[in-house]
Design a protein around this ligand. Structure first.
Ligand code: KG4
Ligand code: ZN
Length: 342
C-alpha cells in the first residue's frame, strides 16, 4: 500500500510517500525565514506560501520515493490542530487528488503525528511496546498522553496557558534571539550557568499532570527588567547565556516532574517524546536519566527532521488507520484547528 501524506498545519509545507509503515520520502519546505521577519507565523502568508509550494513539494516526494501518483492507494492529510487557513490548503489538495484518482482519504490529527514520528524508523516499531506515555511538546501544545495501543489515547495532562515551545520562543524574543528562538536559546544555554538565576519551577505544590509556563515567563520578564535597570542598558552576552540556561533548566525540570508523576501514577515504563521541543538536548538528557532511575526508557525521533512538522509522521498514522479500515468520506475531511487528541 502506497500512501501520500500532506501536512500544512503551520509554516512548513510537507509531503511524504510511504509503502506500508516504511517511509520512502519526506519533503519539507520551510517558510520560517518569511515569518521570522514578523516575529510569528502570519496565517495569510502561510496560506499563500503553502498554495505556491504544495504541488512542487508533492512532486518531489513522489520522485524521491520512485512512485507515481497513479500508484498511490491512499491520500492522508493533517486536519488539525493548526492554523485554519493553512490546514485548508493541504486538505483541499488531498481531497482534489482523492477525487481525481478515485482513492480513499484519511484525515489525521497532527499531534498523533508527533507521537508517530517515533515509529518512522522501522527498528523502533519493533522496539516500542504498549502501553506507553507520550510527552508532546510543540509550539502550540504541551500534552501527556497515555497510549494503550495504536490509535488509543487518554489525555492525562495539558497546558493551562502557554505551550512549552511558545515559552521558549517568548523568552528567546525577550533575549533578542529572534523567532522562532527555541533552538537558538538552547544553543545559548549550553554556554551559560544554569544556576546563575533562581527562577520558580511551575506547579510543584499542586498535584495533577498539567503544565504551566506563564508564571515562569513573567519571572523572566521581571529578571530581565531588573538586570537592565528597566531597559536602561542591554543584556551582555554572558547574561543572555545565563538567563537562557536558567530558564531552560527550570522548563526542563517542570516537563520532567510532570512526566515522572505520570510514570508513577500509571506504572507505564516507556515514554515517547514528540514535537519541536523534543529536539532539545537538555530535555532528552534529563528525562532519560530520570526514567533510567526507575528502570524506564525514553524514545525520541531519531532523525531531527522528524522532531519538526513533517508529513512522514502523518503517513505513519495513516498506515495504522488504514490497517483498521479507518478511511474517511472525502466530504467529512474538514479543517479542525482545535482538534483534540482524546
Ligand atoms: O512541532 P513544531 O515544529 O511545530 C508545532 O507544531 O508547533 O514545534 C515548534 C517549536 C517552536 O516553538 C520551536 O522554538 C521549538 O519547537 N523548538 C525548540 C528546539 N527546537 C525547536 N525548543 C527548544 N529547544 C530546541 N532545540
Ligand atoms: Zn507540530
Amino acid at each position: 500500500m502506497y500512501i501520500l501524506a500532506i501536512d500544512t498545519s503551520c509554516d512548513d509545507t510537507s509531503a511524504a510517500v510511504s509503502q506500508d509503515a516504511h517511509v520512502l520520502s519526506n519533503i519539507i519546505s520551510s517558510q520560517v525565514e518569511l515569518h521570522s521577519e514578523f516575529g510569528g507565523v502570519m496565517p495569510d502568508v502561510a496560506r499563500r506560501e503553502h498554495k505556491a509550494r504544495i504541488d512542487e513539494v508533492i512532486q518531489k516526494a513522489l520522485k524521491q520515493a520512485g512512485v507515481t501518483i497513479e500508484q498511490i492507494d491512499v491520500f492522508a492529510v493533517t486536519k488539525g490542530p493548526g492554523l485554519a487557513i493553512a490546514l485548508g490548503v493541504g486538505i483541499d489538495k488531498a481531497k482534489e487528488l482523492a477525487i481525481e484518482y478515485s482513492k480513499p482519504i484519511i484525515g489525521v490529527n497532527h499531534m498523533e503525528g508527533h507521537i508517530y514520528s517515533n515509529f518512522v524508523e522501522p527498528s523502533r516499531t519493533e522496539e516500542i511496546a504498549f502501553p506507553l506515555l507520550a510527552l508532546l511538546v510543540s509550539g502550540g501544545h504541551t500534552e501527556l498522553v497515555l497510549m494503550k495501543d495504536h490509535g488509543q489515547y487518554q489525555l492525562l495532562g495539558q497546558k493551562l496557558d502557554d505551550a512549552a515551545g511558545e515559552a521558549f520562543d517568548k523568552v528567546a524574543r525577550m533575549l533578542g534571539l529572534g523567532y522562532p528562538g527555541g533552538a537558538v536559546l538552547a544553543q545559548m544555554a549550553e554556554e551559560g550557568d544554569e544556576n546563575a538565576y533562581k527562577l520558580p519551577v511551575p506547579l510543584t505544590l499542586q498535584k495533577g499532570l498539567d503544565f504551566s509556563f506563564s508564571g515562569l515567563k513573567t519571572a523572566v520578564v521581571r529578571l530581565v527588567s531588573e538586570i537592565t535597570s528597566q531597559g536602561a542598558r542591554s543584556l551582555t552576552k554572558k547574561e543572555v547565556q545565563d538567563i537562557a540556561a536558567s530558564f531552560q533548566r527550570v522548563t526542563v525540570k517542570h516537563l520532567v516532574n510532570q512526566t515522572m508523576r505520570a510514570v508513577e501514577q500509571t506504572g507505564v515504563q516507556q515514554v515517547l517524546l514528540g514535537g519541536g521541543v523534543s529536539a532539545n538536548l537538555a530535555l532528552r538528557k534529563e528525562l532519560r536519566s530520570a526514567l533510567k532511575a526507575v528502570n524506564s526508557k525514553l524514545y525520541f525521533p531519531i532523525n531531527p527532521k522528524l522532531c519538526m512538522d513533517n508529513a512522514a509522521m502523518i503517513a505513519e498514522v495513516a498506515y495504522y488507520k488504514a490497517m483498521k479500515n479507518e478511511f474517511n468520506d472525502v466530504s467529512s475531511v474538514e479543517r479542525a484547528p482545535g482538534l483534540r487528541i482524546a
